[in-house]
Design a protein. Structure first.
Length: 251
């Protein structure tokens, strides 16, 4: 059997290779799907992801190295237990990272806000969602652009505004209130700020370099995020173009 004939170093190397492959897949999922550039900068995922990958690469192979004995009949069992714990720990870590990912970029009033699955749990447990549950986004989906306006009904609108002011229940967290982003085109167009304003909060050369990549950009709106606020570029019709790593105000 392979485990009984492999040396301590050979078995450790194979476990390290296995951990490296898993870490590569995890990194790709986090930085290419859940937190695509520049969204990983807007959240606090960087430190968590690095810790998750580092632990996966170091601890399990080290444990395999420690428990290895050429005459140990329980070697297969011990290695299997280590791998099982490794996988369970990775799944738990990934679940934490997934709950903090940008699930929605919500336009409300005059700016966008990053909304994570954990931010919407209360709404998904207490209201009829209408198709915007985070569970419907899919494991390999990027953040979804949506619109969350205050209700046209005066009584409901007053309740929403009161709950936002008194209870901290932001209109952007109300998944049951979400609408397709196309319905916000006129509002986005009206609220978008001139591109020249970005020079007030950013290096002029950096602004020029980024805007050169988006010749169709005609305006912008702030994007509020947990760690670093960014900028959403829009065109002349109110359609969202992209999120860019520029500051929307003085830090």
């Amino acid at each position: 059997m392979f485990l009984s004939t492999a040396s301590r170093w050979a078995l450790t190397r194979y476990h390290l290779l296995f951990s490296f492959v898993i870490s590569t897949v995890i990194t790709a999922l986090i930085y290419l799907v859940w937190y695509p550039s520049p969204m990983y900068l807007a959240t606090d995922v960087l430190s968590i992801a690095l810790l998750l990958v580092a632990i996966n690469l170091i601890v399990p192979p080290l444990l395999t190295f420690i428990v290895y004995k050429t005459d140990k009949k329980e070697l297969l069992r011990d290695v299997a237990v280590i791998v099982a714990i490794q996988i369970v720990a990775l799944l738990y870590g990934l679940s934490v990272v997934e709950q903090g990912r940008p699930a929605y970029l919500v336009f409300a009033i005059d700016d966008f806000e990053v909304v994570r699955p954990v931010d919407t749990k209360w709404a998904q447990q207490t209201t009829a969602i209408g198709g915007y549950e985070t569970s419907r986004l899919g494991l390999f989906s990027n953040a979804k652009l949506v619109y969350s306006p205050f209700s046209a009904n005066k009584n409901i609108r007053n309740l929403q505004q009161t709950e936002e002011l008194m209870d901290g229940i932001s209109i952007t967290y109300r998944v049951d209130n979400y609408q397709p982003i196309v319905t916000a085109a006129n509002a986005i167009k009206k609220k978008s700020q001139p591109l020249s304003v970005l020079n007030n909060y950013n290096d002029v050369q950096q602004v020029s370099h980024i805007l050169h990549q988006y010749p169709q950009a005609d305006g912008w709106l702030p994007l509020k995020a947990p760690v670093l606020d960014m900028v959403v570029l829009t065109d002349s019709t109110g359609v969202v173009i992209d999120v860019v790593n520029l500051r929307p105000w003085d830090e």
